[in-house]
Design a protein around this ligand. Structure first.
Ligand SMILES: Cc1cc2nc3c(=O)[nH]c(=O)nc-3n(C[C@H](O)[C@H](O)[C@H](O)COP(=O)(O)OP(=O)(O)OC[C@H]3O[C@@H](n4cnc5c(N)ncnc54)[C@H](O)[C@@H]3O)c2cc1C
Length: 376
């Protein structure tokens, strides 16, 4: 067995033992417990592709993506989204842009799961149009004082640290945005209510409020005024992770649908015998493999540092659009049972929907691709 498959086997066993017995409860509670983060850390799943000095296992980036893929394949989409933000987004921000002191301060705790992290870009009046964000960070002696709010922040309730995008120079638009590593225990940092959602119920999604939060100047991540450029350079990696989630999720939905249609009888034969069922499943499999091929091409480019912003946009758009469409077709093949909570396909359907919205909506992905063809 190669290294990736050895890890895959381990991850599957871990998820089966630690998540499967709890997922229904977490979904009903509408929150995965914070105590599960150190369980993932203890199993070596967090920052798996980081160096040992940062608490990582020095595995390939593929292994980290595979963890997300398996989580989604097994139906734990909210967990994969949480993992994506913490291990595949916030951690690389710190690794790629942070100082040695910031790396030492945050990464080992993130790898062990003692420290949970989030990324705060979106605001009530700035989502797709990120440059319109209003959160302010004003320099005051050796500190910055942050005021503003964020919405829809994954891991927001459990977060110990949030990467916050704030305007340090509002006159400069996108060039006036900076990033801060904000300790969630600081005075003035408040977590709002957990946001109720149509799917990914066990996912932790919150509003965050900052009133006169005083952070030391060394909480600045990278250079002042470079925040927007950093976000744009890290977003393709996030989109690759979201596409991998789509692929794992569709594989899981396809597998359970195949099993169901073989068992279910109608008009004296199994539902699998109807030509409609056969063609629908052939479509799902074909679309899945097309997206997998594009993902593998993008991943190979990513590893050579050649994946472009438009490559990631095409992949995110194609994979998540496919996910939402084909999981709906899978659910249809379950008939009325598909609409009930008796079968996890209904959870797959609910959980998939947001994938075309977060990490850059389908419309924004198409804009990026169109711009690469036509210019502005
Ligand atoms: C469950 C969940 C988790 C999330 N996690 C995070 C997180 O961890 N951190 C974070 O910062 N954010 C997070 N988000 C926010 C998410 O990234 C935004 O919701 C998303 O970017 C869209 O922004 P918006 O909601 O403001 O929609 P809007 O920008 O208001 O968009 C509304 C509609 O207009 C369309 N639109 C906007 N601009 C254009 C355009 N130029 N051309 C064509 N159509 C356009 C959009 O595609 C959409 O259909 C999360 C959201 C959800 C629902």
């Amino acid at each position: 067995m190669d290294m990736l498959n050895e890890f895959r086997d381990m991850v599957q066993r871990f998820l089966q033992a630690e998540v499967e017995p709890n997922i229904e409860q977490w979904e009903a509670d509408k929150l995965m417990p914070k105590s599960f983060w150190p369980v993932m850390g203890g199993a070596g799943l967090l920052l798996v592709d980081f160096e040992a000095e940062h608490g990582g296992a020095e595995a390939d980036f593929d292994v980290s993506l595979m963890v997300q893929e398996e989580m989604c394949r097994m139906g734990y989409h909210a967990l994969a989204s949480a993992y994506n933000i913490h291990a595949n987004i916030v951690a690389p921000y710190i690794l790629n842009i942070g100082t040695d002191a910031q790396k030492q301060h945050w990464l080992p705790g993130m790898a062990s799961g003692e420290i949970v992290t989030a990324l705060g870009m979106t605001e009530p009046s700035a989502g797709s149009d990120l440059a319109a964000l209003r959160t302010r960070a004003v320099r005051d002696g050796d500190d910055y004082i942050i005021n503003g709010s964020k919405v829809f922040i994954t891991n927001g309730i459990h977060a110990d640290m949030v990467v916050v995008a704030a305007k340090t120079d509002p006159e400069k638009g996108a060039k006036g945005v900076s990033l801060f590593l904000v300790d969630a225990s600081l005075p003035g940092f408040e977590k709002g209510k957990k946001i109720e959602k149509m799917g990914q119920h066990s996912g932790d999604t919150a509003e965050l409020f900052f009133s006169d939060v005083r952070v030391p100047a060394d909480a600045l991540l990278g250079k002042e005024g470079h925040g927007f450029a950093y976000m744009m350079s890290e977003l393709p990696r996030e989109r690759l992770g979201v596409a991998v989630q789509a692929i794992g999720h569709v594989q899981g939905a396809l597998d359970m649908t195949v099993e169901y249609v073989k068992e279910r009888q109608a008009f004296g034969q199994s539902v699998a015998k109807f030509q409609n069922t056969r063609f629908k499943l052939a479509d799902v499999k074909t679309e899945l493999e097309l997206c997998r091929a594009l993902m593998e091409k993008c991943l190979a480019k990513f590893k050579r540092d050649e994946m472009t912003v438009e490559d990631a946009a095409m992949l995110k758009y194609a994979a998540t659009d496919m996910q939402v469409r084909v999981i709906s077709e899978c659910l249809q093949l379950f008939g009325g049972y598909g609409y009930t909570d008796e079968y996890p396909i209904s959870r797959f359907y609910r959980d998939a929907r947001v994938q075309t919205i977060y990490a850059g909506s389908t419309e924004i992905m198409k804009e990026i691709v169109a711009r690469s063809i036509l210019g502005r």
